[in-house]
Design a protein around this ligand. Structure first.
Ligand code: BGC
Length: 738
């Protein structure tokens, strides 16, 4: 294929792009603003059958849901048949790994290990780029405090400081130091903005939020990703205080582009320009297209609205050619940055696809991250770790299950390559001590089974038969490990739930097993925080294991038998029941702070205010003692730095990682402030008996916050510093800002 658009030797990007634009017809320009899904896999409601002809005729410049070097080469060949031979950009949802699958992002965030998270993104980029891809729709950095919302599984939890650190790590991991390297991919920060705060936790629902909440809590993660150089941003489905993100000029042009200085391009989410009509801000798709372009949206995902209506809008003078040219320029710039004009086939390398995907090193990293993501929630009488020689019954739908291990949004992942808990037990060589029964299906709700397309994974035997088999197996064991929880499809997009307990039939199984009076260890798979109140009162130990990816089984057996000391800490509170949701640690005190003995204080009649397991919480097989919290100063002036040190000792018998957390409270301000806000954290390794003194450094800028008028305030007065093992177990000191 000829590559007519190949840049001349010394031509600059700007000159090349403006010359190219000067040759383009309006139709070709609109083609560059158009993104269609291929039919290899489809992630939304609408499909355009003619996408191949569209590519060959310059009507479509970008494709998603197509990968492999062979397939992307075929489609790129079509683009090379078009008049100007502008290369296609290939995007895909590479969310937590491409073929080597890592834990779901919520799980991975519990490692609090930003270097590891950068590494998983680097590996994902390496595999995706080896498989023909240029662009990933990741990181998803939507802060969420609502466990009902299914997409909490894709994010980093409830906290902006931790979320921002992870956002930076991900962008760095995907994009590396140069997009031109064939091992990196363009990242896409999503879903801009506030998609994680839908009313009632229902996906796609309205977002109504104060400006101060937006700027203090929900926007910092997107800003962090943009500051880290993310090359693209995806607009979210939701509206924000009355204006859908995709039509939101303030959000896209004023905030993102002008204030934050974002230079990349903005793509919509799946058909979200068309959805402006259903939102009720446009009477028809023509109006929707005008609104979106005026708002600063560059690329139309799957909607064909720009392609179909912008010609007319230009004729009528409702949009300007400069606005179209600007959008085209930003998209061509990304193609340039990726090196596609020099070689449209740079990422179509069959040899790389064969040798760089699912390598032993990648799988090893996935295993390490999986181990670091598990959170030990309870361990009464140190029943864990288990002894390999014990007679143990492993019961539950998650013991042999493979499909759920790789979680949702596992795109190109192949679940048949994921190591189940049972297969990993067999690999330990001690399987003769272990027995298995499924005990129950993941759910018996036939409507849910249908909605999640999991009919093929359902054991058709009756509930009673499954239960009796489990009881027989349990009777012969000393300890019972129950592997229960959600199926991967119970979280993710369009998977909000109002009952966030383990499905009823699995709880019934657990209740029957408990009647045997033997110790029960519960391993919970989920894509969100669950209400585990009942389980917490009955199980002797509980592990939160999310969906851990390709190497799940190995990570879990290592933790169960103590080859690895669990170190994960929660990044979202686990509520006592769904009625507490949204629940998060950074609450304000209110004018009537909780007091057990005073009726008219903030509380429920039927449940405590506190979560079952707080943010930052997670146990270990060893113990850590915190002491000597010291501040370098007790008075600060604007611009000063404060050094905060703390000693942590491993007082137990096993080496391990501890995640040390520092929170701040601004006691009196002109606005009410949260009782605690995470500002720093450190993950340290301690041998038995070892003590380390950690020093954190804070700057007075860390104490600033936004009010409703969006003034960024630093207010004098007293502050508290808290350091400790989780958001509810902290040592305290104070200082004054003069
Ligand atoms: C999701 C996005 C995703 C897109 C493309 C949408 O439905 O909201 O997160 O990137 O589909 O697959």
């Amino acid at each position: 294929m000829s590559m007519a658009q190949k840049p001349a030797k010394n031509v600059s990007k700007d000159v090349f792009i403006s010359e190219l634009i000067s040759k383009m017809t309006l139709e070709e320009k609109l083609g560059q603003l158009t993104l269609y899904t291929s039919d290899m896999s489809v992630t939304g409601p609408v499909m355009r059958d003619t996408y191949k002809q569209d590519i060959a005729t310059g009507k479509c410049g970008n494709i998603f849901n197509a990968y492999t070097p062979e397939y992307t080469r075929k489609l790129q060949d079509l683009a090379m048949q078009s008049r100007l031979k502008i290369p296609l950009l290939f995007g895909y949802d590479v969310i937590h790994g491409h073929k080597t699958i890592f834990p779901i992002p919520l799980g991975e965030s519990c490692s609090w290990d930003t270097l590891m998270m950068e590494e998983s993104a680097r590996i994902a980029a390496k595999e995706a780029s080896a498989d023909g891809l240029h662009w990933t729709y990741s990181p998803m950095v939507d802060i969420s405090r609502d466990a009902r919302w299914g997409r909490v599984s894709e994010g980093a939890g409830e906290d902006p400081t931790l979320g921002a650190a992870i956002a930076r790590a991900k962008v760095k991991g995907y994009q590396g130091s140069s997009l031109k390297s064939k091992e990196t991919v363009l990242s896409c920060v999503k879903h801009f903005a506030l998609y994680g705060a839908p009313l009632s936790g229902r996906d796609y629902n309205t977002v109504d939020m104060s400006m101060s909440q937006m700027f203090n809590v929900y926007l910092p993660t997107y800003k962090a990703a943009v500051d880290a150089g993310a090359g693209s941003v995806m607009s979210s489905f939701n509206d924000i205080n009355g204006v859908p993100a995709t039509a939101n000029r303030w959000l896209m042009n004023d905030l993102l582009r002008k204030q934050w200085g974002f230079k990349g391009f903005i793509v919509t989410d799946y058909t979200s320009i068309n959805e402006l009509v259903l939102h009720g801000v446009a009477a028809n798709e023509y109006e929707a297209g005008v609104l979106a372009l005026k708002a600063g949206i560059d690329m139309d995902m799957q909607g064909s609205v720009y392609y179909s209506f912008l010609t007319k809008a230009l004729e009528k003078g409702e949009v300007k050619i400069e606005e179209i040219n600007d959008a085209v320029t930003r998209i061509l710039a990304a193609k340039w940055d990726l090196g596609l004009f020099e070689n449209p086939y740079l990422y179509c390398d069959v040899k790389r696809a064969k040798s760089e995907i699912m390598t032993p090193a990648h799988l090893q990293t996935s295993e390490e991250i999986a181990k670091a993501s598990v959170v030990l929630l309870k361990n009464k009488d140190n029943i864990l770790p288990l002894k390999a020689g014990s007679k143990i019954a492993f019961i539950g739908p998650h013991v042999k299950n493979q499909r759920d291990l790789i979680g949702n949004w596992s795109g190109a992942g192949d679940y048949t390559k994921a190591l189940s808990l049972w297969d990993a037990l067999v690999q330990t060589g001690n399987a003769s001590n272990y027995s298995y029964a499924m005990g129950a299906n993941v759910t018996e709700d036939t409507t849910l089974i249908k909605k999640m397309y999991i009919q093929e994974f359902i054991d058709k035997r009756s509930k009673e038969v499954l239960l009796q088999e489990a009881i027989a197996v349990a009777k012969n064991a000393e300890i019972i490990v129950l592997a229960l929880g959600e199926s991967q499809g119970m979280s993710g997009e369009a998977s909000s739930r109002t009952d966030i307990r383990i499905p009823e039939n699995q709880r019934a199984l657990m209740a029957e097993i408990l009647k045997l009076g033997k110790p029960v260890v519960l391993m919970v798979s989920s894509g969100r925080p669950l209400d585990l109140s009942w389980e917490d009162t009955h199980a002797q130990a509980i592990l939160a294991n999310w969906f851990l990816g390709t190497r799940s089984g190995k990570a879990l057996t290592d933790i169960l038998f103590g080859n690895t000391n669990p170190s994960g800490k929660l990044t979202m509170c686990f509520p006592r029941n769904v009625g507490q949701v949204p629940i998060f640690y950074a609450e304000k005190s209110t004018g009537r702070p909780f007091d057990e003995n005073i009726k008219y204080t903030t509380k429920y009649l039927d449940v405590a205010n506190t979560p079952l397991y707080p943010f930052g919480y997670g146990l270990s097989y060893t113990n850590y003692a915190y002491s000597n919290l010291t501040l370098s100063n007790n008075q600060l002036k604007t611009g000063d730095k404060l050094k905060v040190s703390i000693s942590v000792q491993n007082t137990g018998k096993m080496a391990g990682y501890e995640i040390v957390q520092l929170y701040v409270q601004d006691i009196v301000g002109s606005n009410t402030r949260p009782a605690k806000e995470l500002k720093r954290f450190a993950k340290i390794y301690l041998n038995p008996g070892e003590t380390k003194t950690i020093q954190f450094e804070l700057h007075t800028d860390d104490l600033k916050y936004y009010n409703e008028q969006l003034e960024h305030l630093l207010e004098p007065g007293m502050f508290k510093i808290f350091v400790g093992r989780n958001s509810a177990d902290l040592l305290e000191a104070g200082f004054e800002l003069k």
